[in-house]
Design a binder for this molecule. Structure first.
Ligand code: NMX
Ligand code: MLT
Length: 537
């Protein structure tokens, strides 16, 4: 949305399906019952099991939806398969494939102006509609996962089922615990994270089913099982890494009656602070998914329908639409695929930016000697960063763009004045975190500094003239919230991003297998080939 601040910055005149619910429900409740029994659960968990009998669980709802979706995709391919989504220029081939439309991603779509929508729901919609914990206000990420998988808003009871199921599946094999314990504290937490997830591949139901010759129509089932297991185990991995690297190495246990975010907070050592737990619920919800083209999603799991390029008369490269995938598309199981995505998330232009932001701010504070700094001092610090050939972390985005609004003023039929302005298009994930801070930590000096930067950085980046979107992204705000509650270890921040990102990419991987998405293999050219292609044109 356009804002006055932006004007100030640059107001320049320049169904239910046929699949039987009963069969599916029986399957799921049996599964839950088996899990709960074999893990020697207590009465409280049995009551969750009994409640499950009267509920439609996630897997049975998914089983209902799959045939419908398969039919829908079949129809789209038959009726629309020959339509052209867009052209590809040589600039795009050299420019990180920005803007190339060649990918299918079901859970979310990123609008360049308005930001992310999960099956059409914005972040404020999710905050209103997704179930919250008792006494809490922020959405439970379990509900967001349900939404990503099914496209539907779950009931509170359905969300509770997911919490119970994730807690029940959360235990790590001892060799993975030992592997994490043997990592040197100097190994970056993201490397430990990817290592542990790769090692968990030992448990993969999908890999075992594939080796046993399972029919491809069943791939989604074991992918679902792996995905649920993997998501469930992430708090234990993340908590263990945090405790080993930054604390005394003692890891608390998962509380079987609590939600996922509470348990992650508990393992980190912050569950006594209910505001921190609420922050983690919000954090895990908003970092979960950002459509398919971002590095972590694209690397790990994506279903890219891109780019067998052919030359056309207009000197452009046009994509045809063969369906292709990346790591997951090779039928690498969810563990291998997600580990690949984590390695992408660990890059400083992607998820690692959240640690870089706080470092950069703390460095500025130290250099300027206080959190009470003038706008002029901040501008100088930003310019120093830019002149040093570095990026300002937390600002800019590869898809989100500023809106350019053109306006005119008329008297009767006469045009008196016209102009254009660049409208503020702040990442809604930044806005959600800012609102959280305004509610919970309005006077925190570091939050005030982040707010001051929000007023200054876009103007400087505009003046610098390179960045296509000078507004903050999600990473500009997350660190300051975590440090307020005592989680000050910046090197750890991207691990939390990674826990959240599992929800989006694994939801998609389940659908990739259900829809039978093929191996991803876009076409590439050498510079010499491109020159030759257009030599006489
Ligand atoms: N500070 C300085 N220069 C920037 C910035 C920034 N924050 N953002 C973009 N630019 C430069 C960019 O490096 C490029 O320069 P050059 O032509 O010399 O290569 C130019 O502006 C055009 O870049 P854009 O088209 O605006 O952005 P692009 O799509 O290439 O990159 C980012 C997007 C996100 C990588 C970029 O904005 C950036 O490096 N931001 C800082 C790092 C960051 O916050 N990353 C986190 C993104 C969110 N996430 O979680 O993944
Ligand atoms: C993300 O959340 O993945 C980032 O904002 C990067 C992106 O969308 O390209």
């Amino acid at each position: 949305m356009a804002s006055l601040r932006a004007l100030r910055l640059s107001a320049l005149t320049r169904v239910n399906s046929p699949v039987s619910r009963l069969v599916a429900r029986t399957y799921s409740t049996k599964w839950l019952g088996r899990r709960l029994r074999c893990e020697h659960v207590l009465d409280s968990r049995h009551s969750a099991y009994q409640a499950a009998e009267s509920l439609i669980g996630l897997k049975e709802r998914l089983a209902e939806l799959i045939p419908e979706k398969q039919e829908e995709v079949k129809w789209v391919k038959k009726e629309l398969g020959a339509k052209v989504l867009g052209e590809v220029t040589v600039d795009q081939a050299y420019g990180g494939m920005r803007g190339i439309k060649g990918m299918i991603w079901e859970g979310s779509v990123l609008d360049a102006d308005e930001g992310i929508q999960f099956h059409g729901y914005t972040i404020p919609d999710c905050q209103k509609k997704l179930p919250a914990a008792d006494g809490g206000e922020e959405p439970l990420p379990e509900g967001l996962f349900w939404l990503l998988v099914t496209g539907e808003i779950p009931t509170k009871e359905q969300v509770k089922l997911v919490s119970t199921e994730w807690a029940a599946r959360s235990a790590l094999p001892s060799f993975v615990e030992e592997l994490i314990d043997r990592c040197p504290n100097t190994l970056h937490p993201m490397s430990q994270f990817a290592l542990a997830v790769t090692a968990l591949q030992h448990e993969s139901t999908f890999a075992k089913a594939y080796a046993a010759g399972t029919n491809k129509s069943k791939y989604w089932d074991s992918t679902y099982e792996d995905s649920m297991d993997l998501i469930a185990k992430l708090p234990n991995i993340a908590g263990r890494i945090y405790r080993n690297v930054f604390k005394d190495g003692k890891v608390p246990t998962i509380d079987m009656d609590k939600d996922y975010s509470y348990n992650l907070s508990k393992l980190l050592g912050y569950s006594d602070n209910k505001d921190f737990v609420e922050l983690i619920r919000l954090y895990l919800t908003i970092h979960s998914d950002h459509e398919g083209g971002n590095v972590s999603a694209h690397t790990g799991i994506v279903s890219l329908e891109a780019a067998t390029f052919y030359v056309c008369d207009s000197d452009s490269l046009f994509p045809t639409i063969p369906q292709t995938h990346l790591v997951g598309s090779a039928l690498s199981d969810p563990y291998l695929s997600f580990a690949a995505g984590l390695n992408g998330l660990a890059g400083p232009l992607h998820g690692l930016a959240n640690q870089e932001v706080l470092r950069w701010i703390i460095h500025m504070k130290d250099e300027l000697g206080s959190t009470e700094v003038s706008d002029e001092q901040i501008k100088e610090y930003i310019w120093k960063t830019l002149k040093g050939g570095q990026v300002v972390p937390g600002y800019g985005h590869a898809v989100l763009r500023v809106g350019i609004y053109v306006f005119d003023v008329r008297l009767g039929n006469s045009l008196v004045w016209f102009g254009q302005y660049l409208a503020e298009k702040t990442d809604p994930r930044y806005t959600a975190q800012r609102e959280f801070a305004l509610k919970h930590l309005p006077t925190d000096p570091m939050f005030k500094l982040v707010s001051q930067l929000y007023n200054i950085v876009p103007g400087v980046l505009n003046e610098h003239g390179k960045t296509k979107n000078p507004w903050p992204n999600v990473d500009a705000h997350s660190g300051v919230l975590l440090q307020y509650y005592g989680l000050v270890e910046q090197d750890y921040y991207t691990v939390l991003f990674g826990v959240s990102r599992s929800l989006g990419v694994l939801a998609q991987l389940i659908w990739d297998r259900a829809l039978g998405m093929p191996l991803e293999r876009p076409k590439s050219y050498s510079t010499a080939h491109i020159k030759k292609m257009f030599a006489n044109k």
